[in-house]
Design a protein around this ligand. Structure first.
Ligand code: DX5
Ligand code: ZN
Length: 214
């Protein structure tokens, strides 16, 4: 089952609740919320108060992607604000195992994100505890970047490992996903597809979601 997670990074921030409703009505499975702190990545986007406000306006599954240093300081705030899934970057974490447990204790599903330059070996010891692995198919920080093809092999290897070990773990991809690249990542084994510009930039959002789903 393929799940589509529109990234509100490409939405109109002046009308966020409407923008969330627009993709939900068009068939989105998750709402992908990109949190950037201006340090781990150059931009600053939004924090837990915004998620809290959106929570009142939407029953959707909130997929929070933390691109922040010291993610352990943000978990409870986002969980209380209404996050369903919280994903942090392995490159930003000192005690990754502890943070995974912290996310679960806060009542959320736990994910770990890997940048294009980060090896799968970094999460080998954590995979059995994870609900999701996010393979970045661009370097994080901006929407609208070009898909990095070399990540397909990583997705493929991860799908094999998850299958061989019998783990219950989703593979999410994020960055440069459109109608064409979605086919490649689905074939490689990804089952949760994030798309920002390809969905919010489309004239017909429902059609765009259908095409990305395949
Ligand atoms: C990038 C973000 C993505 C971004 C994707 O750092 O994590 O979620 O919004 O945007 P597109 O789909 O336009 O590459
Ligand atoms: Zn993201």
């Amino acid at each position: 089952m393929i799940k589509i997670a529109p990234s509100i990074l490409s939405a109109d921030f002046a009308h966020l609740a409407d923008e969330v409703k627009r993709v939900t009505d068009a068939g989105a499975d998750y709402i992908h919320i990109d949190v950037m702190d201006g340090t781990y990545v150059p931009n600053i986007t939004l924090g837990s108060p915004v998620v809290k406000s959106l929570r009142k306006a939407s029953k959707g599954v909130f997929d929070v992607h933390l691109m922040v240093e010291h993610p352990e300081t943000q978990i409870e705030a986002f969980a209380e604000a209404g996050a369903d899934i919280i994903t942090f970057h392995i490159e930003a974490a000192k005690h990754s195992h502890r943070i995974v447990q912290q996310i679960k204790a806060a009542g959320c599903k736990a994910g770990i994100a890997l940048n294009p330059g980060t090896s799968l070996a970094m999460i080998e010891e954590l995979l059995q505890d994870l609900d999701m692995v996010l393979i970045m198919t661009v370097n994080p920080g901006f929407g609208g970047q070009k898909f990095i093809e070399s990540q397909l092999e990583k997705i493929h290897m991860l799908r094999h490992t998850i299958q061989d070990m019998g783990f219950d773990c989703d593979i999410e991809v994020d960055g440069g996903i459109n109608e064409e690249t979605s086919r490649l990542v689905r074939q490689a084994g990804a089952n949760v597809l994030v798309a920002g510009s390809a969905i919010y930039g489309a004239e017909n959002i429902e059609e765009a979601i259908k095409k990305i789903r395949g």
